[in-house]
Design a protein around this ligand. Sequence first.
Ligand code: NAP
Length: 280
Amino acid sequence: MDSGDVTQLKIGFIGAGNMAFGIAKGILSWKVPAGNLKVSAPSDTNLQRFQEVGVAVTHSNVEAVCGSDVVFVAVKPHLVPVVLSEVFGSVTKDQMIVSVAAGVTLATLEELLPEASVAVRLMPNLPCVVQEGALLFSLGSKAKREHSVLLRSLLQGCGLVEEGPEAWIDVHTGSSGSGVAFVYLFAEALAEGSVKMGMPSALAHSLAAQTVLGAGRLLRDSGKHPAQLRSEVCTPGGTTIYGLHTLERGGVRAATISAVESATDRARELGLKSATAKRN
Ligand SMILES: NC(=O)c1ccc[n+]([C@@H]2O[C@H](COP(=O)([O-])OP(=O)(O)OC[C@H]3O[C@@H](n4cnc5c(N)ncnc54)[C@H](OP(=O)(O)O)[C@@H]3O)[C@@H](O)[C@H]2O)c1
């Protein structure tokens, strides 16, 4: 597999839901022609939006796999054994099979695929749909460095793409997967604070969304530690330090750390359940 030019690659998707569409959009934004992609799903419900951007669609998972260099498995976790058994005979060792299913481990994927298959476990998050995802992947036992290079290159339009050991996937699920909802909760509370202080709701919500976006972009683009940026906003005796003191009194830092911890623990628990279900 040539890791240099991703524009030549044929890409298949099993499943046409939000995550498949988000990843496909990111791939298409990076000079890969729509004609190189093929997507399968049982119904037409989600296929239309792929057709609208020139991607070939099918109801056959085998068709999505045949001739593809990279296949994304983007169905709900409990359906992974079903779809992989369906395409088992069509998977070759020259393909890379990338599962985004939460909790489905590399060991499970390798058990479900033909012996020499190259499996990768990828954990994207929802902002993939606006090409601002945080993606972490782990390579299976048959994957080589060139697969890692190729996947990074293929997914560069989806957001930040990092590689790490599989144990970090559950942590990433807790912090960046579920973390998206934590940030929404904070944005909602920010807006509700403004409403409480007399601002109209619609304006309060759009200003809160822009505040979260702006703070996030500045944090990423400046490369500074959040504590440094925070201290730059704090005028001595000013509004921000008063507000921060209130947040600290409310335990927001400890609550956030605990939220990542419980979401990670839950991801691990679900992973164990799915491995047990596979064996039974
Ligand atoms: N959404 C997220 O934020 C997120 C984040 C990280 C990981 N993930 C993972 O991404 C995967 C997909 O999630 P999603 O949110 O994209 O789900 P989704 O929107 O519900 O989409 C699921 C897709 O799977 C298709 N499907 C169902 N049965 C199938 C079968 N037998 N063969 C082929 N396709 C089949 C569905 O077909 P129809 O179109 O006909 O209904 C649908 O297109 C999940 O495993 C999830 O754990 C999601």
